[in-house]
Design a protein around this ligand. Structure first.
Ligand code: NAD
Length: 510
């Protein structure tokens, strides 16, 4: 066992290692290190000691993130200096931080993901039965979550007294990039199948775009099996029989939920690590939070952060060190050396704290598991999985403006759709006519049902009277007439066709 490194030591690594350690000199990776809050410093110290003993070749660059930085007046929990350090590094290894309660603070994780372009969130979830009890001993799933788009774009508006909205943005380049990443990951990690989770039976355009990208790109990987699930039944199947799945790729929100379900099924969220992959720098962290209830007690499980560090070592091109740490960790669990969160009557022999657990992993470096599957990482699993955005579509589709949806805040005449329809019909012309009104997506005019509940938020669709297309001036003239009559239009959405195909959802009855 080696002596503990100072977390602030600028460089570790040696060309002379224990059995199995590299004797050549692979690149040294620059890694920004954030010790975080709560249990963060304890588990980070434990993880760094293991990495040092495993001869990981890292140039460590400590930074401050989190609570103290928020409290010093930085609303996003990060200083300009820390940004510089992260951006000049290959990776950020981040312990969990505590997000202060109350308004005015931004989520540091969301800020890091978006600012650094961390487009892929990769969370391996593997059972460790019988050493960590789980109902699913055969589970070995990797969830690849799109990390930047979807409702997490954070574009929200309150539009009326009763209605708020959140924009769900799904882009073609974003979808293609995450799907391609998932297939590349499967190929380089020796996995046989990628499953797409979407809800394109309801969200035909947004989730439909993601699903189309999946089907198209799957054809480029004939060696990898591919299939798809509607997210609801997919999540149910995952919770019931996770051994059916291998790699799952899914948009941001579904991925957020599904990856937590998958991690929990392995027996403990405390064991999960995750990678946030970007083209320039990538971030690695445990999936759990700062566990303030355990802070300072020396009992937290450092495994989640350690497994995140294993992902990081693979990513920065040190698969040998990654394999040594991972196998030693598996052997330690098999030895029955367990922190309290995973201690169990059947397989625990030594219930230990954070530091003693790290000592046991270090003592096992060079050993491999006997019962659990040993891991072997290869150099092709390393750098190079962060392909640039997909090239532009070869064909630019013909885009035509064929109508407009005007959203109104309207709360008069007992919210009678008939009354609103009668008001709008004469204001539509001469270029346009009112085609329909919907409320919360349900058609209420013409021919609505009195049973339908209506809010103060109305979508009013106008289409051309005679021509195939309309002009932007037709739109302005319509809005001018609506404004003149005191109607509060809160937003408009243009209706486009692309090569004649509607780029908007059709109302009921169309
Ligand atoms: P949490 O994950 O910190 O704790 C949930 C439960 O799991 C607690 O009972 C805790 O004791 C236990 N636990 C967590 N990690 C453990 C470990 N390594 N070993 C043993 N037990 C462990 O979730 P929370 O309580 O909801 O959040 C606490 C704080 O963490 C909040 O401020 C939250 O914003 C923050 N958080 C940060 C991150 C991050 O930085 N990535 C992620 C999630 C939550």
């Amino acid at each position: 066992m080696t002596t503990s490194p100072s977390p602030a030591s600028p460089f570790w690594g040696t060309e002379v290692g224990p059995s199995g350690a590299p004797h050549h000199a692979p690149d040294i990776a620059a890694v920004a290190i954030a010790h975080g809050d709560g249990i963060g410093p304890e588990i980070m110290d434990a993880a760094l000691r293991v990495l040092d003993a495993a001869y990981a070749r890292l140039d460590l660059r400590p930074i401050d993130l989190g609570q103290s930085v928020y409290e010093a007046g930085h609303a996003a929990g990060i200083t300009p200096d820390a940004w510089d350090t992260i951006r000049s590094a290959d990776a950020l290894l981040k312990a969990p931080i505590t997000t202060p309660q109350g308004g005015g603070y931004k989520s540091l994780n969301v800020t890091l993901r978006k600012t650094l372009g961390l487009f892929a969130n990769v969370r391996p979830c593997r059972s460790l039965s019988p050493f960590v009890p789980t109902r699913f001993p055969g589970m070995d799933v990797v969830v690849v979550r799109e990390n930047e788009e979807d409702t997490y774009a954070g574009i929200e508006h309150r539009q009326t007294q009763e209605v708020t909205q959140c924009l769900k943005l799904i882009t073609r380049p974003g979808s293609e990039r995450i799907v391609r990443y998932a297939f590349d990951y499967a190929r380089t990690h020796g996995r046989g199948k990628v499953t797409c989770f979407v809800k394109d039976n309801i969200m035909k355009l947004t989730d439909g775009l993601f699903h189309d990208a999946f089907k198209r790109i799957a054809e480029e990987y004939p060696d990898i099996e591919s299939d798809s699930r509607i997210i609801d039944i997919g999540a149910a199947e995952l919770a019931d029989s996770p051994e059916r799945f291998d790699v799952i790729v899914t948009p941001n929100l579904y991925g957020d939920i599904v990856s937590d379900i998958a991690a929990q099924l392995t027996g403990s969220v405390g064991l999960g690590g995750s990678a946030n992959i970007g083209e320039h720098v990538s971030m690695f962290e445990a999936i759990h939070g700062s566990a303030p209830d355990l802070a300072g007690l020396g009992v937290a499980n450092p495994s989640g952060l350690l497994l995140a560090a294993v992902q990081m070592l693979v990513h920065v091109g040190q698969p040998d060190a990654a394999g040594r740490v991972h196998n030693a960790w598996l052997r330690t669990l098999e030895d029955g050396v367990h922190t309290p969160d995973i201690a169990n009557p059947d397989t625990t022999r030594h219930k230990v704290g954070t530091a003693a657990f790290a000592d046991a992993v270090i003592a096992n470096l060079g050993n491999e598991p006997i019962h659990l599957n040993r891991v072997a990482y290869h150099s092709d699993e390393a750098r190079g999985q962060t392909r640039a955005a997909a090239p532009a579509a070869p064909h630019v589709e013909e885009k035509k403006l064929v109508g407009i949806d005007v959203f109104l805040d309207w709360d008069e005449h007992d919210r009678s759709p008939e009354a609103l329809g009668r008001l709008l019909e004469p204001l539509a012309g001469p270029e346009l006519k009112l085609k329909m009104i919907t409320n919360r997506g349900v058609k209420v005019f013409p021919g609505g049902f009195p049973e339908t509940f209506c809010t103060d938020h109305w979508r009013c669709r106008f289409v051309p009277t005679e021509t195939e297309t309309i002009s932007r001036y037709d739109v302005l003239k319509l809005l001018h007439r609506l404004a003149h009559h005191g109607l509060d239009f809160i937003k408009t959405e243009h209706l486009y066709t692309f090569d004649g195909k509607p780029g908007y959802s059709l109302g009921q009855g169309e």
